[in-house]
Design a binder for this molecule. Structure first.
Ligand code: FMN
Length: 246
């Protein structure tokens, strides 16, 4: 339970939290990838943007988690926390560098995963974003040559990483940023991991695009399922459990 300072009313806190949760929405901010040459100055990025992202990332880490990660697989490098998620924050210049990598590989390898990626929304998202946060989850080691299994442990690792992701979305929303949770497409590929420096045993859960309101764009698209969720009566129940008969 939150202990409030005397100056903050409980209802004020409730209203603020509820409003942020309700107002969080998918905003796919898209821009022509030609507008993202590496090395260009970006005067539309607010001076405190990176600090805002830093703060949002820090508070997002207060997600619940049930199990520590597999030590021998995941606690070998500099990121030594037992939490089952890792955040990789790519600032604007790195996002434009990724656009350049996708463009170059697509040109060199027609009919490849890279040419497919070049035709996807990922380069347009990268070209518009202020920052990209790649959030991975840390599976227990799979059997030789297998993908991670949906074990109880792994399900809880994914759930915890998803909670951290939602925290980031809400923290960014509260700071007035556009947010979009993408599966990431090519960004989850092993070669993309190598470009960013993400260890191979990790799995991409979330590619979070964060853009300030003034970001130049060609379009902002909403989530396709935004208005399809129905009201609580369509996804929640209040079952009554009777005590055992005497
Ligand atoms: C795990 C996850 C992955 C998602 N990946 C994509 C994606 O790859 N492409 C996409 O268009 N939307 C993706 N979304 C966003 C959903 O489309 C969006 O949340 C949904 O339409 C509801 O809209 P809202 O976020 O505005 O409430 C993803 C959402 C989640 C939770």
């Amino acid at each position: 339970m939150v202990n409030l300072p005397e100056t903050v009313k409980r209802q004020t806190m409730i209203d603020a939290v509820d409003e942020v949760i309700r107002e969080r929405k998918t905003a796919k901010v898209l821009r022509d990838p030609a507008d993202c040459p590496p090395g260009t100055a970006e005067d539309w990025l607010p001076p405190d943007f990176v600090e805002q992202v830093r703060q949002a990332v820090a508070v997002a880490g207060w997600a619940p988690f049930h199990k520590a990660v597999h030590r021998e697989t995941h606690l070998t490098g500099a990121l030594a926390s037992p939490v089952p998620w890792r955040f990789y924050i790519l600032e604007r210049a790195s996002c434009c560098a990724l656009v350049a990598h996708i463009r170059a590989r697509a040109a060199a390898q027609p009919e490849s995963k890279w040419s497919k990626a070049w035709g996807s929304k990922i380069p347009r998202l990268l070209a518009a974003t202020g920052a990209l946060v790649l959030i991975t989850w840390l599976p227990d080691p799979p059997a030789e040559g297998q993908a991670p299994a949906l074990t109880d442990n792994n399900m809880e690792h994914i759930a915890a990483a998803a909670a951290a992701t939602q925290n980031l979305l809400l923290a960014a929303e509260a700071r007035g940023l556009h947010t979009y949770w993408s599966s990431g497409g090519i960004l989850g590929d092993a070669e993309a991991f190598a470009l960013v420096g993400i260890p191979a045993p990790q799995k991409l859960l979330s590619a979070i695009f964060l853009a300030p309101p003034g970001a130049p764009h060609d379009a902002i698209e909403p989530g396709a399922l935004r208005d399809k969720r129905g009201d609580p009566a369509q996804w929640s129940d209040w079952p009554t459990v009777l005590p055992p008969e005497a």
